[in-house]
Ligand binder design. Structure first.
Ligand SMILES: [Zn+2]
Length: 267
């Protein structure tokens, strides 16, 4: 029997208990479709008026029970659980997009993905990379490996919500190419669409902007580009350090080392 991604997430979290009473059942899990033969949670204990309409969530409508991993994941808390990565050797880890997050016990994606190449290529892995932590996405996870990498990528601002395969090494390379552009003060949306959308910044050094644009043109149609753009993050300090040598009299917020509101979020 193949292991569902949901079972893998639960196993990587150390087989945590779930709060609902179980009973012996057979059939398939209403969410992941895994064959149930033994302990399971009756659907009526979990489905509420707020979840009943989620057709994406309950793909196996004829089923009557939830497997234990899905029952646990359904109740995993406010973040549902938002950004996470799960693999057997490293466990279940919550993540954040911002590199300046002060949330304890959640590392930025940037730090997480840089550690991943240390794992053997055959290591199974799954996870969700999302700009919206309020919705459930774990049920859309598939199992990838370090060598054949992928994540569920949910970024409605870029019209993307899909399981995406991409190469981990390519991802890290794309991040390294994006970081200098973000340090220069460009917003992520400018890197995504065109640096010339930020005309004021782009026109300061058109030759350099064209050079950066040719890098981006090569990256933009690659599967790793959007995940890299979401994960790439720079601190205010890094932008300040970049801005100093090129200080002009007509200073912009970035030159003054102030937070550019567009950079704090995802745009
Ligand atoms: Zn399940």
């Amino acid at each position: 029997m193949t292991v569902a991604a949901q079972a893998m997430i639960w196993q990587s979290a150390g087989l945590p208990g779930q709060k609902h009473q179980t009973e012996t059942a057979s059939g398939r899990c209403m969410i992941c479709g895994t064959e149930i033969d033994g302990e399971a949670v009756p659907a009526k204990r979990i489905i509420k008026s707020t979840t009943v309409g989620d057709s994406q969530l309950f793909r196996f409508r004829q089923a009557t029970h939830f497997c234990i991993p899905c029952a646990w994941l359904m109740e995993i808390g406010k973040g549902r659980p938002g950004n996470f990565i799960a693999s057997e050797p490293t466990g279940f880890e919550l993540a954040v997009i911002s590199v300046e997050s002060v949330v304890q016990d959640k590392r930025p994606w940037l730090h997480i993905v840089r550690d991943l190449p240390q794992l053997p290529p055959e290591t199974p892995i799954t996870g969700v990379l999302t700009t919206d932590v309020k919705i459930r996405l774990w049920h859309r996870c598939q199992i990838a490996t370090i060598g054949d990498f992928g994540l569920y990528v949910h970024a409605p601002d870029y019209d993307v919500s899909e399981w995406r395969h991409f190469d981990l090494v390519d991802l890290l390379r794309a991040i390294d190419e994006l970081l200098p552009i973000l340090r220069a003060g460009y917003a992520k949306s400018a890197a995504y669409h065109s640096l010339f959308n930020d005309y004021k910044r782009a026109s300061r050094d058109p030759a350099e902007t064209l050079r950066l644009e040719s890098t981006l043109a090569r990256l933009r149609n690659r599967p790793e580009f959007l995940p890299a753009l979401l994960i790439a993050g720079v601190t205010k300090e890094e932008k300040r350090a970049h801005a100093k040598p090129a200080r002009h009299t007509d200073t912009t917020p970035a030159d003054r080392g102030e937070a550019d509101p567009a950079q704090l979020g995802l745009f």
